[in-house]
Design a protein around this ligand. Sequence first.
Ligand code: BYC
Length: 309
Amino acid sequence: MTAVVPARTPEQEFQDRIDADDRVEPRDWMPDGYRRTLVRQIAQHAHSEIIGMQPEGNWITRAPSLRRKVILVAKVQDEAGHGLYLYGAAETLGADRDELLDMLHTGRQKYSTIFNYPTTSWADVAAIGWLVDGAAIMNQVPLTRCSYGPYARAMTRVCKEESFHQRQGFEAMMTLCHGTATQKRMAQDALDRWWWPSLMMFGPNDDASPHSAQSMAWGIKRFSNDELRQRFVDATVPQAQFLGLTVPDPDLRWDGKHWISGAIDWTEFQTVMRGDGPCNRERLRHRVAAHEDGAWVREAAAAYADKHR
Ligand code: BYC
């Protein structure tokens, strides 16, 4: 008698493909939860890119030299481009760009907490490049191996640009640290204010992260939030030491293998995520106003496209 092999469900076959490291493409069958998870993460990521233009954009007119201004304009434009690749990737999953923007504007979809902090001095621009782009790369390089093809490919390009951003931030920080005593103080003050929010970018601890386990099983996330945060701390503490700066964590210690941080203030993270951070309201107000002011551009582009169809 031949044994009857039970038929595999579409979900099991999908998981087999993921386990074999196969790439999923837009026309392939995928579980609804996989699609929903990707739309949620990619949309939040896209929103972060375009909201992330604001804190640094704030310094374009006050950059300390023409060279710094040219670099900053290019960087802020790059962030807009990253938003475009990501909204494009979300559209391949059937998401509608106008709806995603509406969800951002009405607070129904999140963007990264990091962009709700103010940039009060030029050194903040340097610190964002060094720390925020540094954290972004740490999180995004593994996403170039994400199981969903369009997201992974978008990330390849984003990461190349982010690594330039990180280097320019570190170089700007180095200039400040080798400058006058006031400039060095500005650099330290910026590190003091951006260190902890940068660690929060990686998301809640693994035991408090509702999505991580499933996202890792689906090959969307390759490493957990805590693993990536640890890699960032290990990479960044020696850089701070090289700059002659002090990481604002009295409990930071070397355990022989890793730099171990003190406790993160998760209450602050929750407050900012809820919409009550220092700049949440300002960021959204500015974003909605820019969207409304730009309506004529979208209308003109649509009319032009209709005429040439
Ligand atoms: N801020 O289960 P979890 C950049 C939310 S870089 C706000 O761990 P997940 C840029 C999370 O969405 C910044 N919300 O979720 C750099 C979830 O909420 P919902 C953007 C956060 O998705 C320089 C809940 O907490 N990068 O753009 O498995 C210049 C539970 O968390 C945050 C990306 O988006 C946070 N920090 O993991 C300009 C990278 N952390 O959806 C721009 C792609 C967590 O249940 N995204 N939440 O309501 C990811 O890798 C993952 O989505 C995360 C979170 C690691 C962020």
